[in-house]
Design a protein around this ligand. Structure first.
Ligand code: TMP
Ligand code: ZN
Length: 387
């Protein structure tokens, strides 16, 4: 397998086995035609980008039934409001134009109602949600070709934002050419994603699933940007989704860059050599053993909290079905009453959690831990972390 960015032969470090599409929650009648793929994770020794191998077609993932709604988390809404305030203060003039790629249900762009804005969202159901909220958006996949249309109808952008979206886009070459073209000469691209270093430090292997195709370090992102004539000028670490990073990039070199700061960061993150990933892979195997050792003795008296896409990776890798975890509680209406992909654990509405008072709970939505612990404060629960 070759790197999707620089064509170098990749080195595999992790095999998470046969996996279904992570957000493909199933109605009872759908069980017979589930799509599976082989989830393997690779490192590129040349550009340092981590990427999964085989993955289903994007149209099978981002469609009418996409199950992730940004607005389900109050904490994320607050986080995006803060990011929006920073953008308004530093990067977006009052008469400026902002584009969000992967705008989901319009949560982030709802902070820009007074500005000229455009969201690009391929999943029709969440796109419709944003339209109902009077957010300007188009129902498309973003690429270089679409960029020409955006520029024709709306002009170039002062700011392009991607949050938890750039790693999902398999056509990285076309996407990067598009972003570069879309930005005004003094425009900036702000990209937030789960930070590879945190994934390794926390052994959060559940961040690997078909929607997350690429994983970046400062080293890999910087190298990729230079290949496209862009310049990474700053980074910021933020405590969302288990530890994320914001990459600030300009398409010319008009922003002052702290090369010393970035060099220093690269040297401490240490993500440019393969052995680090091999050590991580050994820890992942141990995590599987640890989880099974915790839930086996509970003889099925265990439930899950949050039917996250990440839970699909854990359940299928550890082969945990409804004999070990009886149900998963979740607040998202589109997931409720369905079965989890691959292992077919029932998803039930969150309001039943209060009534059922379960004792042993696997916190699949561990990335929302702060918010959930505030909500469930005072309950007598044996919380089990899946990773
Ligand atoms: P995510 O990890 O992809 O953001 O998905 C979070 C899932 O967890 C989503 O299906 C909603 C669910 N959830 C709850 O059920 N209760 C909560 O309090 C939170 C924050 C999320
Ligand atoms: Zn590469």
């Amino acid at each position: 397998m070759e790197c999707r960015i620089c064509n170098t032969t990749l080195k595999r470090f992790l095999d998470l086995g046969r996996q279904p599409i992570a957000n493909n929650f199933l109605a009872n009648g759908d069980l017979t035609n589930e799509t599976f793929y082989h989830l393997e994770v690779f490192f590129c020794p040349e550009c340092y980008t981590v990427q999964i191998g085989d993955c289903p077609a994007k149209e099978d993932i981002f469609n009418e039934e996409y199950a992730f709604f940004t607005s389900t988390s109050e904490y994320m809404k607050r986080h995006f409001k803060m990011l929006a305030d920073e953008i308004k203060e530093k990067y977006l003039p009052n008469n400026g134009f902002i584009v969000e790629i992967g705008s989901n249900d319009g949560t982030f762009l709802s902070n820009f109602r007074e500005h000229s804005h455009l969201g690009i969202e391929p999943s029709r159901n969440v796109y419709k949600c944003a339209r109902e909220r009077k957010i300007s958006c188009w129902n498309n996949f973003f690429d270089e070709e679409l960029t020409d249309e955006i520029i024709e109808y709306c002009g170039q952008a002062d700011v392009v934002v991607t949050t938890n979206c750039f790693p999902h886009m398999i056509d990285r070459d076309s996407v990067l050419k598009g972003i570069k073209k879309l930005l005004k000469p003094k425009g900036v691209w702000i990209n937030e994603e789960a930070y590879l270093n945190n994934i390794l430090n926390m052994t959060s292997y559940d961040q690997f699933y078909n929607e997350h195709i690429f994983f970046s370090s400062v080293a890999s992102f910087r190298k990729t940007m230079s290949m496209y004539g862009m310049s990474l000028y700053a980074i910021e670490q933020v405590p969302v989704h288990g530890g994320s990073i914001i990459f600030y990039t300009s398409c010319t070199d008009h922003m002052p860059v702290s090369h010393f700061g970035l060099d220093y960061f690269e040297s401490i993150e240490n993500l440019d050599y393969f052995e680090r990933f091999q050590i991580f892979a050994e820890k992942v195997k141990q995590k599987r053993k640890d989880l099974l050792n915790k839930i086996f003795p509970l003889k099925g008296d265990v439930v899950g909290y949050g039917a996250t896409a990440k839970s699909t990776t854990v359940l299928n890798y550890c082969k945990i079905g409804n004999n070990l975890i009886s149900k998963i509680y979740d607040t998202t209406p589109i997931k409720q009453g369905k079965l989890s992909p691959g292992m077919h654990v029932s998803i039930v509405p969150y309001y039943k959690f209060e009534r059922d008072k379960p004792k042993n709970v696997v916190l699949f939505a561990w990335n929302h831990m702060t918010e959930i612990m505030e909500k469930e404060n005072g309950r007598d629960i044996n919380w089990i972390l899946p990773i």
